[in-house]
Design a protein around this ligand. Structure first.
Ligand SMILES: [Zn+2]
Ligand SMILES: [Zn+2]
Length: 303
């Protein structure tokens, strides 16, 4: 490789990163700027933030939510909005202690208000104990309980929006999984609208960045940490789809972006989502499509 090929396309400094679509090489400073500009442009294009918003970041302490907090900490003041962090402590031994500590030290460093809720407080026990005898369903059970716990944490922050760290890889995997399951309603459903009194609108500012770009961003800004993965995070279909998609993206760059374009097109042609009739759970009073919500059913509440 000649030296001219390994220079930043913008300033001629030595390049740190090579990006495709469009093909370009960038130095550390220009890569950080490129990432931040893409996120800001996406937020503006999709009108994610309105002046006066109080935005809660769902902060797990992992790489995606860490990058999201750093980015929003930079941008929100210029958009006239304020920032707060919300964390769910599921009680997963060997995993959550360390990520929780990372989350707390970050909000402390940045001076961001931080609300933490625990499964033990909300559901009477740690995830590890709630899962005894049904460990293989870990992700499913945890997913349902986490969603409720995060909604509760967000309620306590008084936020008007919930920002989550879903990246391009996560979103493209979900699109493909919904296709493979034949689940068109879920493919076209849109959680960005919220439910008055129950869920605040959700935004996903990082959906334009690949996991690789997020890791590189954190490394270059000096915030990358090697943290444990959740021991339950191996739902069979998602890990197969992740492997397959990584291979496709490598051989056919832009595959993930094209999947997102496909989903957006499908949403557009599906018209306004049919939300279905929601009632309230007779045990806990939260919104549900049945008589008893998923959380109460999982916890065996009320028989
Ligand atoms: Zn440069
Ligand atoms: Zn319920």
């Amino acid at each position: 490789m000649t030296s001219a090929e390994n220079r930043c396309s913008l300033c001629g400094e030595s390049a740190a990163v090579r990006l495709t679509d469009p093909e370009r090489r960038l130095c550390a400073g220009h890569f950080i700027e490129d990432v931040e500009t893409r996120v800001l442009v996406a937020m503006e294009r999709e009108q994610m933030i309105a002046p006066g918003d109080r935005v809660a970041v769902g902060l797990s302490g992992g790489k995606d939510s860490t990058a999201l907090l750093l980015l929003l900490h930079r941008f929100l003041p210029t958009l006239g909005a304020t920032l707060v962090a919300a964390t769910v402590d599921e009680g997963i031994a060997g995993y959550r202690e360390e990520t929780l500590r990372a989350a707390e030290s970050l909000t402390k460093e940045l001076g961001i208000e931080h609300v933490i809720v625990t499964f033990a407080d909300l559901f009477g026990d740690d995830l590890d104990r709630l899962l005894v005898g049904r460990e293989t369903q870990g992700c499913t059970v945890c997913g349902v309980l986490r969603r409720r716990a995060l909604a509760e944490a967000v309620k306590r922050t008084g936020a008007t929006k919930l920002a989550t760290g879903h990246n391009l890889d996560d979103e493209a995997q979900s699109v493909l999984m919904n296709i493979l399951r034949g689940d068109l309603p879920r493919l076209v459903s849109d959680t960005s609208t919220g439910q008055p009194g129950h869920f605040v609108p959700r935004i996903k500012p990082l959906a334009v960045l690949s996991e690789k770009e997020i890791v590189t961003y954190l490394l270059l800004r000096g915030y990358y940490r090697d943290l444990p993965e959740c021991p339950y995070a191996v739902t069979a279909l998602r890990s197969e789809v992740r492997t397959m998609l990584a291979g496709l993206e490598h051989r056919h760059p832009g595959t993930m972006l094209r999947l997102m374009r496909f989903r957006d097109g499908a949403r557009g042609s599906a018209g306004p989502a049919a939300t279905g009739v929601l009632g309230t759970c007779r045990i806990c009073g939260e919104l549900t499509s049945g008589e008893v919500c998923q959380v109460c059913r999982l916890l065996g509440r009320g028989g």
